[in-house]
Design a protein around this ligand. Sequence first.
Ligand code: PLP
Length: 404
Amino acid sequence: MANTRHEFGEHGGVNMSVEASTTFTVMHPDIMPEIFGGKKGPEQGGCYLYGRHFNPTVYNLGKQLAALEGTEAAYCTASGMSAISATLMQLCDAGDHIVSSNAVYGGTYALMHDLLPGKTGVETTLVDITDLQAVEAAITDRTRVLYTESISNPTLRVSDIPGLSDIAKRHGIKLVVDNTFSPLILSPKQLGADIVVHSMTKFISGASDFIAGAVCADHEFIEQLMDLHTGMLMIFGPTMDPQVAFNISLRIPHLPLRMVEHAKRTQMFAERLNAMGMSVTYPGLPSHPDHALMSDLHCQEYGYGGIMTLDLGTEARANELLELLQNEYHFGYVAVSLGYFDTLMSCSGSSTSSEMTDEDKSAAHISEGLVRLSIGYTGTTEQRWAQLMEALERIGEAPQKRIA
Ligand code: PLP
């Protein structure tokens, strides 16, 4: 994480203040037109204008996010989906085209597959993002965006960001990467992405108490998003609440510790389950198809992430396991979302990927028994492992291979 200037509180407090005002006093009315025109912001000798435009607390969290992702600027939004939809709509005009990974979060899929075509005429071609030839072949003269998730939800395929960046540059289009699954682990901007989006609802917040998002990009793009006439954030208005911004700002400093612990435990569980012959997917396993790629791209200190999947074959069997894990062994919670301090588990096909057609789910390899586990760090590792083993034994999964 790059260094950013520490923001002291109004009275010298070590934490920044929460600016609770939605509007700001313009001391000299004659500069109002310049402020409105974006020529005299707080960093150009002017002042803040209105909370939907820039709020100091939200603005400061944006600076932390820009430092986290190594971009010139960032802007925080009310949700991950608003960060994604604002970015895509800012980059595309009516009739333009997006090439996207076929394995993306269900809400992002719905935006591209169901909402954008009817409302804007923007069409999306879904491709296997690991097949760079297929990616390039899908680009047309109307393509404006190449979109992917650094680690895909829920299939955990890793994007070759440098390879995708080469393609995007060759075709003069923008590479947008959703880095929700791998903050700190992967640095999409350094690897060649143009714009990085986040759902901060997940690992960055870490407590499943706020819905929040961010767009990290160069100054020019952030200014476009905030344009008074055509800025998707300014006009649609998915503004982050300053109280939320303040709370999240206090969690960024311990994000590194949390990411390390999530990854350490997930790696251990994945290795043990793999040794038992279970159908486990985790980029930290040498058997994962993108293990070598991720080993090249990631920041070693943070490991391979806090999410793994287990394929139980059928949804009924997956539910049987989830029922036991939650209600009898207290291993975690059956809940969508991820990045929480406790383990969250869900059957992706019937929850966070349920927006997808059966055909698109199958093309993305989202099988009906696929369980996504976001591994938490409460309890001791061995306690958690014992809970998992007892539940697996109860449903008759490889008890003879139990290894701990
Ligand atoms: N991106 C990814 C990878 C996600 O998993 C999600 C939500 O699960 C989102 C974006 C949307 O984020 P939010 O719920 O904050 O709008």
